[in-house]
Write a protein that binds this ligand. Structure first.
Ligand code: NAP
Length: 476
C-alpha cells in the first residue's frame, strides 16, 4: 500500500490545499506529515458530495453495502502492521496496542457489514380490516462524523460501519492530532470500490469551525460525535437549530470497585487493562478505584507491585507498555490533578508525582483520595491511579455513583448475587463484572448521564442511523 495520504478526500478525489497543518509524533514532536487544512468550501463540497451519493447508496442492496464493508475490514487486517505503525506515530500508543486497535476497528466493519442485511421492519396487525400497517427502517441521510485522537481507527469505524451499513453517506472530521488513520481508511474504501461521495474526509486544524459548518449544513441529517462532554453539549445545543439527530459518546469517570470477597489477582489484572491502555487516555479508563476496607491494603500492595513492572517508553519499542501522552496540555493536566490531590492530603504510595515536561509519564499510585479532589471529579486521562476506601458495599456504590459521568463501571466480587446487585445499582451504560475490558463490536457501547446518548456496536448500533417509516395501506 501507498505512502501516507495527506489530502482531503472529497467525492472520491484527493483534494490538496495550500494551507496545511503539521501532524507530529507525540514522543518527540517530529513531523510526520503536512495535511491539507480543509476550509469552508471544502466542507461544503464534501457535504454536497455526500448528499449526491446518498440516494444511490441507500438504494443499493444491503448485501452489497455489507460486502464492501467486509472488504474494507479484510484490507485493514491485511495491512494491519502499516496501519498500526501509523497509529503509533500519530497517537504515540504502544505498537501492540495499535495492532489491537486496528483489529478492533476492523471488527466493527465486519459486524456492521453483517448487520446491513438485518435492518428488519415489521408488520402490525391493524384494528381496521381494510388497512395493512407496515414499518420500514430507512437511512437517516448524510451523516457528519467527528472523532477524537485517542482511538483514531476504532472511534471512526464504530460510526462509519453503522452508517454505511444503514445506507447513510458520511463526512468525517478527524481530530487535528490524528487525521492520518482516517485518511488511510478512506484510501482502503476507495480501493474496494465504495462509490465517490459515500465517505468523505475533511481534516482540519480548526475543529470548532469545521464542526460548526457541518452542523449548519442543511443536507446533514445527523451528527455522530465522540469526544469531550463539553464539546458534546455544544454540539447538542447547536444541532437543535435544525433538529438534526445526535449521537454522543462522551467522557467518563469510571469507578473500579474491589469488594472484600474479590479475587485480588484477577482485580489487579483487570485494573492494569482498565487503567493503562493508551497510557490511561481512554474514555473507559478506571478513574476512581474504590476499595472495600478489609482488602484495601492487600490490593494496593499487589497493584503497586504489578505497576512497578510496566515499561514506559516510545510506542514503537516492542517492550513499551505505556507510551507518551498526546501533548503538553495533557502533561499539564495530569500534573495539576496530582498536585491538587497531594496538596489536599493524598498520599503517593507508588512512584512519584510527575515532574518536568516530558510526555513520558511514569505511573503513580495515590491513596487517600477524597471527593473534593480534582482527581475524583475529573477524567484523569493519564497513568495515575487514585484509590479511596469504602466502608461496605453500600458505601462503595454511593461513592461510585458520585459523578455526573455514567459511561462504564467495574466491580470485582466472587459472590454471584452481589455481582447482579451491584451491577444493577451502578449508574453507568456498561458494567464490567470481574472484567476490565468491556468493549467489543457485538455489545452496545455507550453512556448515560453526562457520558452521552446512543449506542455504538451491537444490533442496536445501527438504530441511530435509521428512521422508522410507518406505512398505512388501504386494501379495500
Ligand atoms: P474533544 O476536544 O471534544 O475533540 C473531539 C473532536 O471534536 C475532535 O475532532 C475535535 O477537533 C472536535 N471539536 C473540537 N471542538 C469542536 C466544536 N466546537 N465543534 C465540533 N467539533 C469540535 O475531545 P478530545 O480531547 O479529542 O478527546 C478526548 C475526550 O473524548 C475524552 O473526554 C474522552 O473520554 C472522550 N472519548 C469518549 C469516547 C466514548 O466512546 N464515550 C471514546 C473516546 C474518547 P480538534 O481535534 O481539531 O480540536
Amino acid at each position: 500500500m501507498s505512502e501516507i495520504k495527506r489530502d482531503a478526500f472529497i467525492d472520491g478525489r484527493w483534494v490538496a490545499r495550500d494551507a496545511r497543518f503539521a501532524v507530529t509524533d507525540p514522543f518527540d514532536d517530529s513531523e510526520i506529515a503536512q495535511v491539507a487544512d480543509a476550509d469552508d468550501a471544502m466542507v461544503d463540497a464534501a457535504v454536497e458530495a455526500a448528499a449526491r451519493a446518498f440516494p444511490a447508496w441507500k438504494r443499493r442492496p444491503a448485501a452489497e453495502r455489507g460486502r464492501l464493508l467486509g472488504q474494507v475490514a479484510a484490507r485493514m487486517l491485511a495491512d494491519e502492521r502499516r496501519l498500526a505503525d501509523l497509529c503509533t506515530r500519530e497517537n504515540g500508543k504502544p505498537l501492540k496496542e495499535a495492532i489491537a486497535e486496528v483489529r478492533y476497528a476492523a471488527s466493527f466493519l465486519t459486524w456492521f457489514g453483517g448487520e446491513a442485511e438485518r435492518v428488519y421492519g415489521e408488520t402490525i396487525p391493524a384494528s381496521n380490516a381494510a388497512q395493512r400497517l407496515t414499518v420500514i427502517r430507512e437511512a437517516v441521510g448524510p451523516v457528519a462524523v467527528i472523532t477524537p485522537w485517542n482511538f483514531p481507527y476504532a472511534m471512526l469505524t464504530r460510526k462509519l460501519g453503522a452508517a454505511l451499513a444503514a445506507g447513510c453517506t458520511v463526512v468525517a472530521k478527524p481530530a487535528e492530532a490524528t487525521p492520518l488513520g482516517t485518511l488511510a481508511l478512506a484510501e482502503l474504501c476507495e480501493a474496494v470500490g465504495i462509490p465517490a461521495g459515500v465517505f468523505n474526509v475533511v481534516p482540519s486544524s480548526h475543529g470548532g469551525r469545521i464542526g460548526g459548518r457541518l452542523l449548519a449544513a442543511k443536507a446533514i441529517r445527523k451528527i455522530s460525535f465522540t469526544g469531550s462532554t463539553e464539546v458534546g453539549q455544544l454540539i447538542m445545543r447547536n444541532a437543535a437549530a435544525d433538529l438534526k439527530r445526535v449521537s454522543l459518546e462522551l467522557g467518563g469517570n469510571a469507578p473500579f470497585l474491589v469488594l472484600a470477597d474479590a479475587d485480588l489477582d484477577a482485580a489487579v489484572a483487570g485494573a492494569l487493562v482498565a487503567k493503562f491502555r493508551n497510557s490511561g487516555q481512554t474514555c473507559v479508563a478506571a478513574n476512581r478505584f474504590i476499595l472495600e476496607a478489609p482488602i484495601a491494603e492487600a490490593f494496593t500492595a499487589k497493584l503497586s507491585a504489578a505497576v512497578a513492572k510496566l515499561v514506559v517508553g516510545r510506542g514503537s519499542d516492542p517492550a513499551t507498555d505505556i507510551g507518551p501522552v498526546i501533548d503538553d496540555a495533557a502533561v499539564a493536566k495530569i500534573k495539576r490533578l496530582v498536585e491538587d490531590g497531594v496538596s489536599r492530603g493524598a498520599r503517593v504510595v507508588f512512584g512519584a508525582a510527575p515532574a518536568g515536561t516530558s510526555r513520558l509519564i511514569a505511573p503513580v499510585v495515590l491513596a487517600g483520595i477524597t471527593p473534593e479532589m480534582a482527581l475524583w471529579r475529573e477524567e484523569i486521562f493519564g497513568p495515575v491511579i487514585a484509590l479511596r476506601t469504602a466502608m461496605d458495599e453500600a458505601d462503595a456504590i454511593a461513592q461510585a455513583n458520585d459523578t455526573e459521568a455514567g459511561l462504564v463501571a467495574y466491580v470485582y466480587t466472587r459472590d454471584g448475587a452481589r455481582q447482579h446487585r451491584v451491577a444493577e445499582a451502578l449508574e453507568a451504560g456498561m458494567v464490567g463484572v470481574n472484567e476490565g475490558l468491556v468493549s467489543t463490536a457485538q455489545a452496545p457501547f455507550g453512556g448515560i448521564k453526562h457520558s452521552g446518548l446512543g449506542r455504538e456496536g451491537s444490533r442496536h448500533g445501527i438504530d441511530d442511523y435509521t428512521n422508522l417509516k410507518y406505512i398505512a395501506t388501504r386494501i379495500g
